[in-house]
Design a protein around this ligand. Structure first.
Ligand code: FBP
Length: 258
């Protein structure tokens, strides 16, 4: 029973209006500051937190360092426990740099962890995730899994088969919510949502699209497919007007409020 209640807890905190829009901002470690060059203001974590708060988003994703220096409880926090840089080109592995207990002391309402299934090192992340899961249950904190199959043997990370597999892996490993890539259309994404079972599925935003419309079409596809929302970074804060696209996203995710 306790296990199911963590899904409910995620829904209560991050899906108050039935769905979630989460602002992701762990790119400084994952990709480096080049991600902040399209909109240089986005290098400042305070600017990002302000966007999420002013837009009334449901949550924010930060690594521990930013949470320590910038987070003050303004909006529910998902503390990302692991992270890797893009500097090393080998088989992907991401290890924890923060514990569940520390995340709670930093104000987190949920913890996040990325797994790269298909990597030659997937077993290390699976092992670590199982230890984190134990702590998440012990401390009653929902666990959000970024499920991104990746590695030299994974041919197409965003193929419908691979994305559905990613969703199922997150369910099997005990996620209370998950982030997966978009498959490209609502029909194939709905299969990924189906195989995720009782676990809310959020679409990961991806690189900034050429036009707002292109990204908004993806958001529409997620909602049509029965997805629970999105966890997006670049498609919001890399744009010169993050507030304009934020409002458009809200109109799609929360149509009754528009
Ligand atoms: P975006 O919306 O900018 O893609 O952010 C979502 C996210 O999951 C981030 O949390 C993370 O930093 C990034 O994508 C990692 O993307 P990838 O590993 O595919 O480069």
């Amino acid at each position: 029973m306790q296990y199911m209640s963590l899904v409910d807890k995620f829904r209560r905190i991050f899906m108050r209006r039935g769905r979630a829009i989460i602002l992701a901002y762990d790119h400084g470690i994952e990709h480096g500051p080049t991600d902040f060059m399209d909109n240089e203001k986005s290098a400042d974590p305070a600017y990002i937190i302000d966007i999420a708060v002013k837009l009334g988003f449901d949550g924010l994703v930060l690594q521990r360092g930013l949470a320590e220096k910038y987070y003050g409880g303004q909006i529910p926090l998902i503390l990302k426990l692991n992270g890797k840089t893009s500097l090393y080109p080998g088989e992907p592995i991401s290890v924890a740099n923060c514990t569940v207990e520390e995340a709670i002391s930093l104000g987190a309402s949920a913890v996040g962890y990325t797994i790269y299934a298909g990597s030659g090192l997937e077993y290390k992340m699976f092992e670590e995730l199982s230890r984190i899961k134990k702590d998440a249950v012990k401390f009653d904190v929902p666990l959000v899994v970024w499920s991104y199959p990746r590695g030299s043997k994974v041919k197409d990370e965003q193929s419908p088969e691979v994305v559905a597999y990613a969703a199922r892996i997150a369910l099997e490993l005990g996620a209370d919510a998950m982030k997966i890539k978009y498959t490209g259309d609502p029909k194939t994404f709905s299969w990924a949502v189906k195989v995720a079972g009782k676990v809310p599925v959020l679409m990961s935003g991806g690189p900034k699209t050429k036009t707002d419309e292109e990204f908004l079409k993806q958001v529409e596809g997620v909602i049509m497919a029965g997805g629970s929302g999105i966890a997006v970074g670049r498609n919001v804060w890399q744009r010169t007007d993050p507030f304009a696209i934020g409002e458009s996203i809200k109109r799609i995710v929360y149509p009754r409020e528009g």
